[in-house]
Write a protein that binds this ligand. Structure first.
Ligand code: BES
Ligand code: MN
Ligand code: ZN
Length: 512
């Protein structure tokens, strides 16, 4: 079979904005219904909707409620979907997101190719362009399905049509399109991150992954991408990352992406992003149990969130300066693999005793962080990684764990998490954790000498590789990136995108 990584995205819904024309006939019409507004613009529509609602008193137009029915008596459509919107005065981006998801659920199974959404604007609805753009974008995100590795089932004559297009009917075509493009840049980044996570390790191995990132990014305006080969890593002294990769037949590599949307503004804060890209984590000689191994193809989710965010930021034309690095390796078992008990070096010069070959992510991140800081000198650095089972146990699937000595950074991430619904929770990073990571026979141990707070000790290990006055935050996404469904969530792309744009945008790009 074809083992190349597809550049197509697995969310397939087309979103189109168009003006409504009198007399148009539709297969499916979606009519937003607000709790506090009952004027649909014409007597016929008012009567038709009143009729429908009389037959379904449970439909109260609460956000995310739907009422789906045949609609022949409306005269211009075969099916009608009444879409609950709640109160117009209480609409928020979060609510719009929820509504978009239900919209997709209600329209995708109807057996029609297209649905038309009537973007009604009652007088109490503010920012209606944003509201409908978010609804459409959320429907787009909900259309995600990773089925590219399945053959299409043979077509049967009575197969229902697949839902493919959502057309938003509005008088505000251009402004709505613009907001949609802005939101959709983030959704596309997230979908890409999901696709990367779901692509199995026999297809997505370090060099193939790096080439794919470069091929995609080279088509995005404003990002320059380059691959650091294994030989170059060797020259740079990246012994920690290379040691993890040593047991694998597939070479390690790193990818650097640079984006500057500030027009060279000298006052811009330079943001650095680091992602863990372990394309397969068997655990090495500290082998993982078989049952938990397949999902370790997603141990590159931190890197996927970072590359997804770089793509989103650039496609939005964010006015920020961001440099990202992802470290790509496989953690395998072989005659060449590293052993528990080995003492290895690192690019920073610190020696590390390997207590456990399954604590590999921090070894890769350490060298990536060192290189990013020495070569690119970011003011603030975030690393994102599926780093510890302990973080997953602590925060579960709906929050990541954040670690930082800087209260301000923790607050920025909490706020970004609330806005994007990619929630975070701050966890301790204390001297006891730092002390626990001292090696017996080396500067550091990758395992530590306490059996508790494994997420915090991992963070404390990484902190040893923060240089100078670089501000730093570590985000452990082991829970939310790899949810119980076993399907990659793409968690992190929206979070990073929001964090950067809200906190590190220059107000006006300087004139070059
Ligand atoms: N990739 C794993 C962490 C992980 C586990 C992510 C489960 C998602 C779900 C990481 O490389 C790892 O194995 N960490 C070890 C560290 C330990 C050996 C100190 C862990 O968490 O058990
Ligand atoms: Mn591991
Ligand atoms: Zn790992």
């Amino acid at each position: 079979m074809d083992k190349s990584i597809s550049e197509d995205l697995s969310a397939k819904l087309n979103v189109v904005f168009a003006k409504a024309n009198d007399g148009d006939q539709h297969d499916v019409i979606v009519i937003p219904v607000f709790e506090d507004d009952n004027d649909f613009g014409s007597q016929a529509l008012n009567d038709g909707i009143t009729d429908l609602r009389e037959g379904a008193p449970n439909f109260k137009a609460k956000p995310g409620q739907v009422l789906s029915a045949p609609a022949k008596h409306l005269g211009f459509s075969k099916r009608v979907v009444l879409l609950g919107m709640g109160k117009a005065s209480e609409m928020s981006r979060k609510t719009a997101r929820k509504i978009g998801k239900t919209l997709y659920g209600a329209t995708s199974g109807l057996g029609f190719e297209e649905a038309h959404l009537m973007a009604r604007v009652p007088s109490d609805l503010d920012n209606s362009d944003n509201v409908y753009a978010e609804i459409a974008n959320s429907a787009y995100a909900a259309s995600y399905k990773f089925d590219r590795l399945k053959n299409d089932p043979p077509a049967k004559p009575d197969d229902p049509a697949k839902f493919e297009t959502l057309t938003v009917l509005t008088d505000d075509v251009e402004p709505m399109e613009q907001v949609f493009a802005h939101y959709n840049a983030v959704a596309k980044g997230t979908v890409w991150a999901r696709d990367l996570g779901n692509t199995p390790a026999n297809m997505l191995y370090p060099v193939a992954y790096a080439n794919h990132i470069k091929a995609v990014m080279d088509k995005v305006d404003g990002v320059s991408t380059h691959i650091i080969t294994a030989a170059e890593m060797e020259q740079l002294g990246m012994e920690a990352a290379l040691t993890v990769a040593r047991g694998s037949e597939n070479d390690a590599c790193m990818v650097v992406m640079e984006y500057d949307g500030t027009g060279g503004d000298p006052n811009a804060t330079h943001v650095g992003l680091v992602g863990k890209g372990v394309t397969m984590d068997t655990g090495g000689y500290s082998l993982k149990p078989g049952a938990s191994m397949p999902e370790m193809k997603m141990d590159m989710a931190g890197s996927a969130a970072v590359v997804g965010a770089m793509r989103s930021l650039a496609e939005q034309g964010a006015k920020a300066k961001v440099t990202a690095i992802v470290g790509l390796v496989e953690n395998d078992v072989s005659g060449k693999a590293y052993y528990p008990g080995d003492v290895i070096g690192s690019m920073a010069g610190k020696t590390i005793e390997v207590g456990n070959t399954d604590a590999e992510g921090r070894l890769v991140l350490a060298d990536a962080m060192t290189h990013l800081q020495r070569e690119y000198k970011p003011d603030v650095m975030m690393d994102m990684a599926t780093l510890t089972g302990a973080a997953m146990m602590a925060t579960g699937y709906n929050r990541s764990a954040i670690f930082t000595p800087h209260d301000g950074l923790a607050q920025e991430f909490s706020d970004a998490g609330e806005r994007t619904e990619e929630l975070v929770w701050r966890m301790p990073l204390d001297q006891v954790h730092t002390d626990a990571m001292k090696g017996k026979n080396a500067d550091l141990s990758n395992m530590g000498n306490i059996r508790v707070s494994g997420a915090s000790t991992a963070a404390a290990f990484l902190q040893e590789f923060v240089e100078g006055d670089t501000k730093w935050i570590h985000v452990d996404i082991a829970g939310p990136a790899i949810p119980a469904s076993g399907i990659a969530s793409g968690y992190g792309t929206a979070l990073i995108n929001d964090w950067v744009t809200e906190n590190y945008s220059v107000s006006q790009p300087a004139q070059p």
